[in-house]
Design a protein around this ligand. Structure first.
Ligand code: 5GW
Ligand code: MN
Length: 335
């Protein structure tokens, strides 16, 4: 054999060995990295993060036999007992995840709900992760001065007060899309959008983070599809004959990219309806349901994540993480 052939054979043998070693080290590095303290983990910058990824392999879908724990398109539905909170917290600290929380407190809703909402959020919402609150209000000087934990901050954004309450609710979509474009996308990985008339009462943590996240409405999760209150007017852009679930617009979220697309699309549909002089049955919620039927969410939250105490005891609700605050429509909805 010539020296050249020998060299070629050596080469050919060494390629699979090198590949093998490379594979073993990369997988063992990935395995051991999870045991490193958070601040020692190297930050890996990837083109596009895979937001709902391998930690979801740790979900125990069979641990809850009393409820549906995944959708037909294989998105997890997060219920108590299915997840290990520490695994999710560690993953998101490692990934340097940060979360924007948007909330509107316009007119009388500010005094009625904002302080309780924010104080309870400090105790339960994404504890340990950097959170930026974006409070939208027409009364910026009245926003309470809440003491925030380290790495958490609050920005007040002035918005005008629409005279129709339906518009206050619907125009949130446009306002959220705009602030994602101007601010949130530079500061945060995820965005969660909340109604203000709610109180956190239990962990609402990093297990809820995903690319596009929707909440099962407490009043509908056990009802058959034909009872869902989708918009049934074919003239509305929100019209739908059937769907997957009935989602509650009081909580939705995801990566800033997904929430931007979601809120922009809902706003477009709302404006098209206005041109056609129609309004969807449940306003922004109807449009959100239509969007999520056409663009399946990657993660669903069980009604633990927005429970209504008035429903009474349900054996499948082991913990209420966020509760509807009492409604005072009589005083709040009069002009
Ligand atoms: C006022 C009157 C009727 C309906 C809504 C409002 C209203 C809503 C308001 O005056 N100010 C305000 O900030 N909002 C925001 O829109 C709050 O964040 C509120 O949580 C959200 C949705 O309105 P809700 O909570 O009254 O709607 P539902 O579907 O929970 O009854
Ligand atoms: Mn509400």
């Amino acid at each position: 054999m010539s020296g050249q052939t020998k060299a070629a054979i050596k080469w050919a043998f060494s390629i699979p060995i090198v590949l093998c070693i490379a594979f073993l080290t990369s997988s063992s590095v990935r395995y051991f990295v999870r045991f490193l303290p958070v601040d020692k983990v190297p930050v890996v910058h990837e083109e596009m993060q895979n937001l709902d990824n391998s930690v979801d392999d740790t979900l125990e879908f069979g641990s809850r036999t009393d409820v549906q724990t995944s959708t037909s398109w294989k998105a997890p539905i997060i219920w108590d007992g299915m997840f290990d909170p520490d695994i999710y917290d560690q993953k998101h600290k490692r990934d340097r995840s940060s979360v924007a929380l948007t909330v509107f407190a316009v007119g009388r809703y500010l005094d009625a709900y904002l302080e309780t909402f924010l104080k309870s959020s400090e105790h339960h919402f994404m504890v340990g992760l950097p959170v930026t609150y974006y409070v939208f209000t027409d009364l910026p000087e009245k926003v309470p001065d809440i003491k925030l934990a380290p790495k958490r901050s609050l920005k007040v954004i002035n918005v005008e007060r629409h005279s129709r309450w339906q518009d206050i609710s619907m125009m949130r979509m446009k306002t959220i899309a705009d602030v994602i474009e101007s601010e949130i996308r530079h500061n945060c990985t995820y965005v969660f959008c909340f109604d203000v008339d709610q109180v956190f009462t239990g962990r609402f943590g990093s297990e809820a983070l995903g690319d596009s996240v929707a909440l099962l409405h407490a009043h509908y999760y056990r009802l058959p599809k034909n009872m869902f209150t989708y918009d049934r007017n074919p003239k509305s852009k929100a019209y739908m004959q059937t769907g997957d679930f009935y989602y509650h617009a009081a909580v939705f979220g995801g990566s800033w990219q997904s929430v931007k697309l979601m809120t922009e699309a809902c706003y477009q549909s709302i404006m098209e309806d206005k041109l056609n002089d129609v309004e969807a049955l449940w306003h922004d919620e109807s449009h959100l349901n239509k969007y999520l039927w056409l663009h399946k969410p990657s993660r669903l939250l069980s009604p633990e994540y927005c429970w209504d105490k008035n429903i009474g005891h349900r054996s499948d609700i082991h913990i209420a993480r966020l509760l509807w605050a009492p409604k005072h429509y009589d005083t709040l909805r009069t002009a």
